[in-house]
Design a protein around this ligand. Structure first.
Ligand code: PLP
Length: 323
């Protein structure tokens, strides 16, 4: 059997690297959420992380390990937004130049925030151009180090630190629900969870319109799909990664899906009941629980709220469209 890309030890080391700079995000509870689900629910709120999403953890962990030469040349990445902001902020903190390849239709708030962190933004058309090819080309031409959004061991290990924090705080946990795009978050979280609590069940949750992760998990091969049509823009990935998939296969119990309507219901719940702003992708785990994709009655459940970067006008439009 070939070795998996990350171990729990990588997560412990990543946590030491980011401990002084990343926020130890709050764990929130809600009596209404418990009543609705019959479970004891603990929300790990990465919408309060630096740059507004968990992506800061993996990005910082990756750039912090650059050699002096890599630091001098700079970093490049492609991203639908939150990884871009995580890279841009981490690069600025570590004194490294950042170039970010972003889709022309990325939420304006994410493009603006990325530029605000001092990064150079290169735009591309997500429906006709290949972002990975553009990123690789920039890396080659300018001698930049490419840090992809999910398929990189340092990124995966960084993301797993949030579950290490959650379990250190709670002690026990029967199940964990984690949003799934390309699998950097899920592979890291599952690695931490299974190492600390072997009996804890770990579920990935992805948009129904883009269930490539579920198909891959069930068939045992990485399934590629067209860019899915969903409001969960952080999970519009076309396939899992060569590093993330084997980890997910081995350490994740199942992959669930939710539709956009369930995501909007969850966003409403978070804003209305818990007074927190969560972006559609950040709602995937909670939406699976609220819409009963899985019955966790009587269980102690951790739910990863992965991010809160959401343009307020877009939020209003989504709520209005849902009626
Ligand atoms: C990137 C992202 C995800 C998905 O993470 P992957 O590592 O690609 O699976 C989920 N939620 C938010 C808010 C994100 O930015």
């Amino acid at each position: 059997m070939s070795q998996l890309a990350i171990s729990f030890d990588d997560i412990i080391k990543a946590h030491e690297r980011i401990a002084k700079v990343a926020h130890r995000t709050p764990v929130l509870t809600s009596g209404t959420a418990d009543a609705l689900t019959g479970a004891q629910v603990f929300f790990k709120c990465e919408n309060f992380q630096r740059s507004g999403a968990f992506k800061f953890r993996g990005a910082y962990n990756a750039i912090a390990q650059f050699s002096a030469e890599q630091r001098a040349r700079g970093v490049v990445t492609f991203s639908s937004g939150n990884h871009a902001q995580g890279i841009a902020l981490s690069a600025r903190m570590l004194g490294v130049k950042a170039v970010i390849v972003m889709p022309t239709d990325a939420p304006a708030i994410k493009v603006a925030a990325t530029r605000g962190y001092g990064a150079e933004v290169v735009l591309y058309d997500r429906y006709t151009e290949d972002r990975e090819a553009i990123g690789r080309q920039l890396a080659e031409q300018r001698g930049l180090t490419l840090i992809p959004p999910y398929d990189h061991p340092h990124v995966m290990a960084g993301q797993g630190t949030l579950v290490k924090e959650l379990i250190e705080e709670l002690g026990e946990l029967d199940a964990l629900l984690v949003p799934l795009g390309g699998g950097g978050l899920l592979s890291g979280c599952a690695t931490a969870a299974k190492a600390m609590l072997p009996a804890c069940q770990v579920f990935g949750v992805e948009p129904q319109a883009g269930n490539d992760g579920q198909q891959s998990f069930r068939t045992g091969q990485i399934v590629h799909i067209d860019t899915p049509d969903t409001i969960a823009d952080g999970a519009q990935t076309q396939h899992l990664g060569n590093y993330t998939f084997p980890v997910i296969q081995q350490r994740v119990d199942d992959i669930l899906t939710v539709d956009d309507g369930a995501l909007i219901d969850a966003m409403k719940f978070f804003a209305g009941r818990m007074k927190i702003l969560v972006e559609p992708t950040g709602c995937l785990g909670a939406a699976a629980l609220f819409s009963r994709q899985i019955d966790l009655t009587g269980k102690k459940v951790g739910v990863v709220i992965s991010g809160g970067n959401l343009d307020l006008m877009r939020f209003a439009t989504l709520l209005q469209a849902a009626g």
